[in-house]
Design a protein around this ligand. Structure first.
Ligand code: BGC
Length: 255
């Protein structure tokens, strides 16, 4: 039960083979920087290079960083506007020659966290936040995914969306300390809990590795824990989504 999972991010496109029974990577992660223009053809070419690297044949699971409905890109996210309206699955299939199952990247990471990580077995309303180039979010109610939950799109002051101000990319671009960045992230968490307070927030993405450094500055009136899978979750969740596409009787609602 090995599937190729590919996690498309604003700065890197990462893939690995994953044993979907255990949620473990069975190969090293292979990463190629995301082409700066972030256009459909340039990124599809990278997806193909990753599939070729693993000499993989079969259904490929892909986590894609924008709203995805039935394989179609519904919003630009932090990518080129050329993506909007495009059938991502068909595009990647035309480049790789393999069938592809594409879901939102934060939903993929969230599914991995809930199936194999700290969210396993947890009921109630759970929100996962993947902090990276953007602020990805996944929402689960009693173990069921509510897809395309776009909390990073909340408008904030002069910013079109709060993720432009409170993501990891904003921290790096503006050279903020963890303490300075945490003030922004706390504001985001405050909005999230105002809208509909979850029972638990799980924090993922590359930054969750630095949890010990920044957690003393995080203030939130809801319990918040780091995702143990850290930034492998996107790959694992994408591979699992491919597997579930082949075995629809196991499918999570919404994917
Ligand atoms: C997109 C989300 C995505 C997040 C993380 C946002 O810009 O709107 O769909 O999950 O970035 O990549």
């Amino acid at each position: 039960m090995i599937r190729l999972g590919i996690d498309i991010g604003g700065s890197g496109i990462k893939g690995a083979l994953v044993d979907v029974r255990t949620g473990q990577l069975t190969t090293e992660r292979y990463r190629i920087p995301t082409p700066v223009e972030r256009t459909p053809d340039s990124m599809a070419e990278v997806v193909n290079q990753i599939a070729e690297h693993f000499q993989y044949k079969g259904l490929i699971g892909v986590g894609f960083p924008s709203i995805v409905k039935h394989g179609v890109c519904m919003s630009p996210g932090n990518l080129s506007p050329l993506w909007v309206g495009l059938n991502i699955e068909k595009l990647f299939e035309s480049y790789t020659g393999q069938p592809c199952a594409v879901i939102n990247d934060a939903d993929a990471a969230a599914c991995a966290i809930m199936d194999y990580g700290v969210g396993k077995g947890k009921k109630g309303f759970i929100i996962t936040i993947t902090v990276g180039t953007g602020l990805g979010s996944g929402a689960f109610l009693d173990g069921k995914l509510i897809p395309n939950f776009e909390l990073g799109q909340i408008p904030y002051k002069k910013h079109k969306k709060i993720e432009s101000w409170a993501s990891s990319a904003a921290r790096e671009n503006e050279g903020l300390s963890y303490k300075e960045w945490a003030k922004r992230f706390n504001k985001f968490l405050h909005f999230v809990t105002l809208i509909s307070p979850p029972d638990l927030i799980i924090l993922g993405g590359g930054i969750s590795k630095e949890w010990d450094e920044f957690s003393p500055f995080i203030k939130c009136n809801v319990p918040i824990v780091p995702a143990v899978l850290q930034n492998q979750a996107g790959i694992i969740g994408a591979a699992a989504a491919a597997y579930l596409r082949e075995f629809p009787e196991l499918i999570r609602e919404g994917i």
